[in-house]
Design a binder for this molecule. Structure first.
Ligand code: HEM
Ligand code: HEM
Length: 192
């Protein structure tokens, strides 16, 4: 009885730690993405001395550390269950989307940037504070491949995060379920 009541309250929202980790990383991720685009495509106008590249790498590389805490937290804390109104297929799609966000957007993408800078023999100053050691030895022959991997992974992830945002908005405005509010900062809200 007590367990059933607990499960009911557990389904309402993410814990505040999960929300801080989600929104903190989302902000760093989206800013890194924007800085990467500006650095690469407005090089002459906005990035003549590679200032934006420096900022991009300094911010994006912090994700490599925060993700360790996030995954550790996530493995010990279950998220709220998805609403009953979702079909089993939609639930599987939502979970797959989250797994892809973790593996590709939050782990593989920063790793690919680290790999690229390593083969290019360029430094990465994490948060502007300390140098990240190279992941592999410098190798000019691998430069184009590393650049290609990082660039295309970043565009794929842009689409993935765009889909994630649209899905969150659809749940809120069309399905009118509690998925978006479960991730928003705590406001006085009663369980239905
Ligand atoms: C250790 C982490 C990372 C390093 C070292 C790194 C490094 C770089 C470098 C050197 C560039 C080229 C910038 C220029 O041309 O001046 C770049 C481009 C880019 N990066 Fe990263 N990056 C990292 C993580 C990330 C992350 C986490 C994201 C996504 C949030 C991201 C998204 C992009 C994008 C969108 C571009 C532009 C791609 C294009 O040419 O269209 N990077 N990155
Ligand atoms: C653009 C604004 C964003 C909004 C409105 C948003 C919204 C949400 C919402 C409502 C959830 C709850 C679960 C669900 O979707 O079913 C969620 C979960 C999640 N979001 Fe976002 N998000 C945003 C950006 C991001 C970004 C940039 C990333 C990472 C690149 C991200 C990664 C995740 C992950 C991995 C989860 C799963 C959490 C878990 O259950 O462990 N989100 N997001």
């Amino acid at each position: 009885m007590k367990k059933a009541a607990m499960q009911k309250t557990e389904t309402i929202e993410y814990t505040s730690t999960a929300k801080w980790l989600h929104w903190g990383m989302a902000l760093a991720w989206l800013t890194s993405w924007g800085l990467g685009i500006l650095a690469a495509h407005w090089r002459d106008e906005l990035n003549p001395q590679h200032e934006l590249t420096f900022l991009h790498k300094a911010l994006a590389s912090t994700l490599l550390f925060v993700i360790v805490a996030r995954v550790a937290w996530r493995l010990k804390n279950r998220p709220p269950s998805l609403p009953e109104s979702m079909s089993a297929r939609m639930k599987r799609a939502a979970i797959t989307g989250h797994v892809l966000l973790y593996i590709i957007a939050l782990i593989a993408l920063p790793l690919s940037g680290w790999y690229w800078s390593s083969v290019a023999d360029k430094p990465i100053l994490v948060a502007g504070l300390f140098l990240l050691p190279p992941l592999v030895d410098a190798d000019p022959d691998l430069y184009d491949l590393a650049k290609y991997i990082h660039t295309w992974t970043s565009w794929f992830c842009g689409a993935l995060v765009g889909g994630h945002l649209l899905a969150a908005l659809k749940h809120h405005f069309i399905d009118k379920d509690n998925i978006l509010t479960s991730m928003l900062p705590r406001i006085k809200r009663r369980a239905k």
